[in-house]
Design a binder for this molecule. Sequence first.
Ligand SMILES: Cc1ncc(COP(=O)(O)O)c(C=O)c1O
Length: 466
Amino acid sequence: MFDTGELLSNYDARDIIEKDKRHLWHHLLQHKIFESQDPKIFVEGKGARVRDIAGNEYLDGASGGVWCVNVGYGRESMAKVVYDQLLRLPFYAGVAGTVPAAEFADRLMGLMPGLDRVFFSNSGSEANEKAFKMVRQLAHHTGSGKYKVVFRDRDYHGTTLGCLAATGQPERRKEYGPFPEGFVEMPHALCYRCPFGLTYPDCGVKCAHAVEDVIEKEGPDTVGAVILEPITAGGGVIPPVAEYYPIVREICDKYDVILIMDEVVCGFGRTGTMFGYEHYDVVPDIVTMAKGMASSYAPISATAVRSGIFERFLDDSDARYGYFRDISTYGGCTGGFAAALENLRIIEDEDLVENSRVVGAHLNERLREFSDHKHVGDVRGRGLFAGVELVADKASKAPVGEDVMGAVMARITAQGVLVGKTTRSFQELNNTINIAPPLIVTKADVDEIVNAVKVGIEEGCKAVLG
Ligand SMILES: Cc1ncc(COP(=O)(O)O)c(C=O)c1O
């Protein structure tokens, strides 16, 4: 796959590792571990495979670790369009337009019937913050007082304080409070651990109707929006049942509440449709996106809104404050738009959404083969996105501990496959392996991932649990 170590020999690996250990603050990691081991440092990638500084090659079942390199590594055309654009004009602030910004806005809105205006920024968190600010400003405009945002247990919406306030993962929030006021939690939609102790379909999809309970409890005059991941990602890969979003949509309409879909992970083909909400026959009012938008060749994110929302910011009766007074410096980097345009071309020309659907069905089918394993509690997913929840005991559904997860993950990695897991999300439920390879993978690649996961679960569980 990779040329014979030529690139690697350009580095003094030990020197790089020491520099990393001396100065780099890694994300989401306890650095104490580096007293006894080296950090993983990646050097190059091609297709769905990456190579680290020690020369180890991996099939990347996590698309860059956080599900974002959707079109795969080493795309010359992506590099070229960004290069060309940067030479022509690297940046102009978003108060003005640029050619690739206008082109991409037009292409993107063409993919999202019902939505027609988009605000660009540069991370998923930022895209969600923009959505919250729109909701709050509208509450002021109309004098409605509808500023609160309902979010769902287990969903993640980003790292900033507003996004963490809207995140249903206690371990991500712990020690970072106090948070901004006005964010209210509703129950999650995971059937395997139904928050109401019910069983689908007899449950009547109570988890969706719970939105109404929260709105009523908080006061319909105070709730402005609901934010949901179409398929919960980092919270354990949770696709709600088919009726879920139509019910939520109906409730939002009834109470004049804005429905925000956080497509940061699901957007751009991850789940076998261009956007995750397309599985559910709903049109959201606001859609946020990032990661797969330019497959992370350049940072870019967006907050797209339905016709009607933007128009409310055209009211010039209060000329000083009536419009959306927001800016994102790097929302004006033209490299991001150029990359996003080329990313979209690749996704469409290579039919990667369809590949995600077809090869993703194979992934989910193959993973279900080991549902019978005594430590596999649940297998769930959609498209090239799947989760395998591990339990110590199937009857009680007691989750395995982090020691088991560590042993399983180490064994999967040792076989040359990278996958992810729920990390610092919940007190006891960091027990789901998640799999999200680049959308270019073949069935044979998927088999390689599944086989490694299978061996990892068998050997890792046995080593710790016996
Ligand atoms: C669903 C979801 N929303 C928002 C974010 C935040 O995106 P970013 O890390 O680009 O700020 C993430 C990141 O993983 C995410 O999974």
